[in-house]
Unconditional design. Structure first.
Length: 566
C-alpha cells in the first residue's frame, strides 16, 4: 500500500467542493460588501480598484462595480499627474483584456474600455484596432466587439475605405460572416455615395461591382443566409418619398379623405395638415379611420355645414402637408357626388420597393444567375425566395404563374415556415389584384378563393366599393380594413373569421356576408354598430346562431338592420 496515491471517495469529493464553494461565496460577499461600504462612504481610493477588480475578474457583468471604478478614476484624475494617471489607465486596459477573455461579450467591459480610452491622457487607438481584430478572430460575429470597433474607428479617424478593405478580408476568409456583410452595407454609401443623394444608398455603379463578390459566396455555399441578406440589400433601393397619394371628396357625405404614401400622425404640431377650400384655409378636425391607429396612411375630416353647396356648384380643394412642401389638389365638379385625385399604383410602382427597378437589365441578369443556381440547388429556399422578389421587381403580373410555383418549392423545402410563406404569398396576391383593378379602372376587387391568410395594402383600396373575400383562410378582419371608406358591399363567407374589429366607422357599408365563419358572441358584432348604413347581414353557419335570443340582442345592437340571414 506504500507509495500509492489515496483516492478520495465521491462523498469526500463532494464535501471538498462544497467547502470550496462556500469559501468563494464568503470571499465574494465580503468583498462586495466592502466595495459597497466604500462607495457609500465616498472613499474613492486605489484599494477600491483592487477590491472591485477581484470581483470583476470572475464576473465582468457586475455593472455597479464598473460604475464604482469610473467614479474612482474621476476622483484620482484630480489628484495624480498625467504620467501617473497614464500608468494607471494602462494597467486598467490590461485588466480589461483579462476580463474580456473571461467573457468576450460583456457589455460592461467593452463600454468601460471605451470610457477609459476617452479619459486617458495618451490613448493609443491603433492598438485598440489590433485588439478588435484579435477578438474578431475568436468570434467573427461578436457584435459587442463590432460596436466597439466602430467607436475606435471614429476616434482613430480610420477611413471608410480602409474599413471596407477590412471587411473584404474577413469575408474572403469566411463567406458566412454576417457581421462583415452588414458592416459593408454601412460603408459602401460612405465610400461611394449615391449620385442622387438618396440617404443610405450607394452609387449604382459601385453596387454593380459587388455582385461578383456576392455571387462567389452564393455559389460557394448556397445555404448560408449571410450572403443572401446582403444580396437583397444590393438589389434594394431607397424608400419612396412621402407624398399625399390621394385626395377624395364626397358631396353627399360632406367629408374629405387624405391618403399618404406612408403612415403619418397629422395631429403632431410640427406636421400640421392644412385644408384650403376655394383658396381659403378651412379649420377642420382630422381623425384616423380607427381609434387604435395613431399613425395612419388615411386621415378623414367632416366638412362644416354649407362648405359644399348644391350639386350645381364647383369647388376646389387643396391640402398642404409639412409647411406646404407636400400638396395635393382636387376639384369637385358640378353634378358630381364625389371626386378624387390620386397617384396610380401602376405609375408609381408602389409594390416594387423591395428591389430596384432602376437597372432592369441588371435585375434580369441576376434572375438568370439565380435560376442557374436553382437548377444546381433545387431545394435551396434562399434562392427560391430571391427569384420571387426578382420576378416581382421585373414584372409581377407576367411572372405570376412562376411565382406561385416558387412558393410551392419554398413550402416543401422549409415546412417550419409555411405560415410565413402563406402570409407573404397573400401579400403578393393582393398586390397583383390591386394592379389588375387599376388597369381595369374598376372599384371592385375580387379576392375570393385565393387561399389568403392575411390582408394588406388596404390603404390602396380606399376607393373600392365592393370586396369579395369568400373562401379564404382569414381569421379576422383587421383594423386597417377601416381605411376602405367607400366600401358598400363586403363578402367574406367561408373563412375562419372570429373578429370584426376592422368593420368600424364605415359610413357607406350596406351589406355584409359572413356565412360559415366562427363568430360566436354578440360582442364580436359590436363594431358593426358604428356603420350607420348597414341594412343586410348574413350570419348563417356561425356558432352565434345557436345562442338563445341572440336575434333580440342583435336587434338592440343594430336597430337599422333590415335583413338578417341566419
Amino acid at each position: 500500500m506504500h507509495g500509492r496515491i489515496k483516492l478520495k471517495t465521491t462523498e469526500e469529493q463532494a464535501e471538498q467542493k462544497q467547502k470550496e464553494r462556500l469559501k468563494k461565496l464568503h470571499f465574494y460577499d465580503t468583498t462586495r460588501s466592502a466595495c459597497f461600504a466604500k462607495r457609500k462612504a465616498g472613499i474613492l481610493d486605489e484599494e477600491g480598484l483592487i477590491l472591485s477588480g477581484q470581483l470583476l475578474a470572475a464576473n465582468p457583468d457586475f455593472a455597479t462595480l464598473w460604475n464604482f471604478r469610473r467614479e474612482i478614476f474621476l476622483h484620482l484624475k484630480e489628484e495624480k499627474t498625467p504620467e501617473e494617471l497614464q500608468t494607471l489607465f494602462e494597467k486598467e486596459l490590461s485588466f480589461l483584456e483579462t476580463c474580456l477573455r473571461v467573457n468576450p461579450k460583456s457589455y460592461g467591459t467593452w463600454h468601460h474600455r471605451g470610457w477609459v480610452l476617452d479619459h486617458s491622457p495618451s490613448p493609443d487607438w491603433k492598438v485598440e484596432l489590433e485588439l478588435c481584430s484579435k477578438f474578431l478572430q475568436f468570434d467573427e460575429r461578436n457584435f459587442h466587439c463590432w460596436d466597439y470597433r466602430r467607436l475606435v474607428v471614429q476616434r482613430a479617424e480610420v477611413s471608410p475605405q480602409e474599413e471596407l478593405e477590412f471587411t473584404h478580408k474577413l469575408i474572403g476568409t469566411n463567406f458566412s460572416n454576417y457581421s462583415s456583410w452588414h458592416y459593408r452595407s454601412t460603408l459602401l454609401p460612405l465610400v461611394y455615395p449615391d449620385t442622387e443623394c438618396r440617404v443610405g444608398r450607394a452609387d449604382e455603379e459601385a453596387l454593380l461591382t459587388e455582385y461578383e463578390l456576392v455571387q462567389n459566396a452564393l455559389f460557394t455555399d448556397p445555404n448560408d443566409q449571410s450572403a443572401w441578406f446582403y444580396y437583397r440589400w444590393l438589389l434594394g433601393r431607397a424608400d419612396r418619398e412621402e407624398t399625399v397619394s390621394c385626395l377624395y371628396i364626397s358631396r353627399e357625405g360632406q367629408r374629405l379623405i387624405v391618403s399618404f404614401s406612408h403612415p403619418v400622425n397629422v395631429l403632431l404640431p410640427k406636421d400640421e395638415l392644412i385644408l384650403f377650400v376655394d383658396g381659403l384655409p378651412l379649420r377642420v378636425t382630422w381623425k384616423s379611420p380607427h381609434p387604435q391607429l395613431k399613425r395612419s396612411a388615411i386621415w378623414i375630416c367632416e366638412l362644416p355645414p354649407n362648405t359644399i353647396n348644391a350639386a350645381c356648384s364647383e369647388h376646389n380643394f387643396k391640402v398642404h402637408w409639412q409647411d406646404g412642401r407636400i400638396q395635393r389638389e382636387c376639384i369637385l365638379y358640378k353634378g358630381r357626388s364625389e371626386s378624387w385625385c390620386r397617384d396610380s399604383a401602376t405609375d408609381q410602382q408602389l409594390f416594387r420597393c423591395d428591389l430596384s427597378v432602376e437597372k432592369t437589365t441588371v435585375l434580369q441578369s441576376e434572375l438568370n444567375s439565380c435560376t442557374q443556381l436553382q437548377e444546381l440547388e433545387p431545394d435551396n429556399k434562399w434562392c427560391a425566395l430571391t427569384i420571387i422578389l426578382l420576378m416581382r421587381a421585373l414584372d409581377p403580373l407576367g411572372y405570376e404563374k412562376e411565382m406561385l410555383q416558387c412558393f410551392q418549392t419554398l413550402k416543401a423545402t422549409d415546412p417550419m415556415r409555411t405560415a410565413y410563406f402563406d402570409d407573404l404569398l397573400s401579400k403578393f396576391i393582393i398586390e397583383n389584384s390591386i394592379l389588375k383593378m387599376e388597369y381595369a379602372e374598376s372599384r371592385v376587387v375580387d379576392l375570393s378563393k385565393k387561399n389568403l391568410t392575411n390582408l394588406c395594402h388596404l390603404d390602396q383600396m380606399q376607393l373600392v366599393t365592393h370586396m369579395n373575400l369568400t373562401s379564404n383562410r382569414l381569421k379576422s378582419l383587421p383594423i386597417h380594413l377601416s381605411m376602405m371608406q367607400c366600401l358598400e358591399v363586403l363578402e367574406a363567407s367561408d373563412n375562419e373569421i372570429e373578429c370584426l374589429e376592422g368593420l368600424v366607422q364605415l359610413p357607406r357599408l350596406q351589406e355584409i356576408s359572413l356565412q360559415n365563419n366562427r363568430i360566436s358572441k354578440i360582442c364580436d358584432l359590436r363594431p358593426l354598430a358604428s356603420c350607420p348604413s348597414l341594412i343586410l347581414l348574413n350570419l348563417k353557419g356561425n356558432p352565434i346562431t345557436e345562442v338563445p335570443d341572440f336575434q333580440s340582442e342583435l336587434s338592440e345592437l343594430l336597430p337599422s338592420l333590415k335583413d338578417l340571414i341566419v
